[in-house]
Ligand binder design. Structure first.
Ligand code: GUN
Length: 289
């Protein structure tokens, strides 16, 4: 069986179109667009590219997106002062601090300082806690939300399915497992210390690869008819972008598979735009008498 391709580029376009309509409605009703502030500390080339894309694409759908690029030597206190100002600014609905931060800044101190209602990355303990408790109303990290949308678009039945998430990061693996559990999947989280990873992956009806290791997952690790979501994005020796899954080998066994690039990648920013609109709508709803 040749797997069907889960086209993240096309689905992200559809999400952006939905957000554009929602943003126009919001702006007409409230006299201002939703506002997103993206904060970057330092000049890591990948982070510079990602944050510029976030600013550009948010403005393309009508969000007032702004990138705050701060020098690498910015102190934790200076960054916290900026976050406090953004928390207090009524025109700001979403705040995203790009990770990783330079070593002299404590990540948890920064993430904990973002107002939960503006935490469009879903990394504040309040939002992570709401997700873990299965309670509505929080914001969840953008990449796993994008993966869930891909699964929904493919019509994959999650209730009762065996899902395996490879990777336990706070940005992807852990929240992905929570989102799958909320849809009634039977979820295992595997990671670098997992014994016989191959055997666990072979049981997966839905396999989410978020280990960050190029071609870790071979074709014979895939159950026939599985759905494979590849979050990995590494460069091979020739400089080509590759995922955590050996795509050519896996596509002979899977029913659905995401390509790299053009799978999960485009969904992350699309989900960020969606989260910003949702955060804006929730904030104005709360402010109403
Ligand atoms: N660095 C890589 N991916 C992400 C993300 O989704 N959010 C943040 N804040 N930083 C990242």
């Amino acid at each position: 069986m040749a797997a069907k391709i889960l086209d993240g580029k096309a689905i992200a376009q559809k999400v952006r179109d939905e957000v554009r309509e929602g943003v126009a409605r919001f702006a007409a009703a409230h006299g201002r667009p939703p506002g997103l502030e993206v904060v970057l500390v330092g000049e890591d080339p990948a982070s510079v590219t990602h944050t510029r894309n976030k600013e550009r694409v948010s403005n393309e759908v009508g969000i007032r997106g702004r990138l705050r690029a701060l020098p690498a030597g910015t102190t934790e206190a200076e960054l916290l002062a900026l976050i406090a100002a953004l928390n207090a600014d009524d025109a700001v609905d979403g705040i995203l601090v790009q990770l990783p931060l330079p070593g002299h800044i404590r990540e948890h101190a920064v993430l904990d300082a973002i107002a939960p209602a503006k935490d469009v990355d879903g990394l504040h303990p309040v939002n992570a806690g709401l997700l873990a408790l299965g309670r509505p109303g929080g914001l969840a990290p953008c990449t796993p939300v994008g993966c869930m949308r891909l699964l929904a678009e493919a019509g994959v039945e999650l209730a009762g399915a065996r899902a395996v998430v490879v990777g336990r990061s706070h940005l992807v693996g852990r929240p992905m497992a929570q989102l799958l559990l909320a849809q009634h999947a039977t979820v295992a989280i595997a990671h670098s210390r997992t014994r016989d990873l191959r055997a666990i992956c072979r049981e997966a009806d839905v396999l989410v690869a978020a280990a960050g290791k190029a071609k870790l997952i071979g074709g014979d690790w895939i159950k026939e008819g599985a759905t494979v979501i590849d979050v990995g994005m590494s460069r091979d020796d020739a400089g080509k972008l590759v995922g955590d899954v050996d795509f050519e080998a896996a596509r002979g066994r899977a029913a659905w598979i995401t390509p790299v690039p053009g799978g999960v990648g485009p969904m992350t920013i699309a989900s960020l735009l969606e989260a910003t609109l949702r955060a804006a709508e929730a904030r104005v709803a709360k402010q109403r008498p």
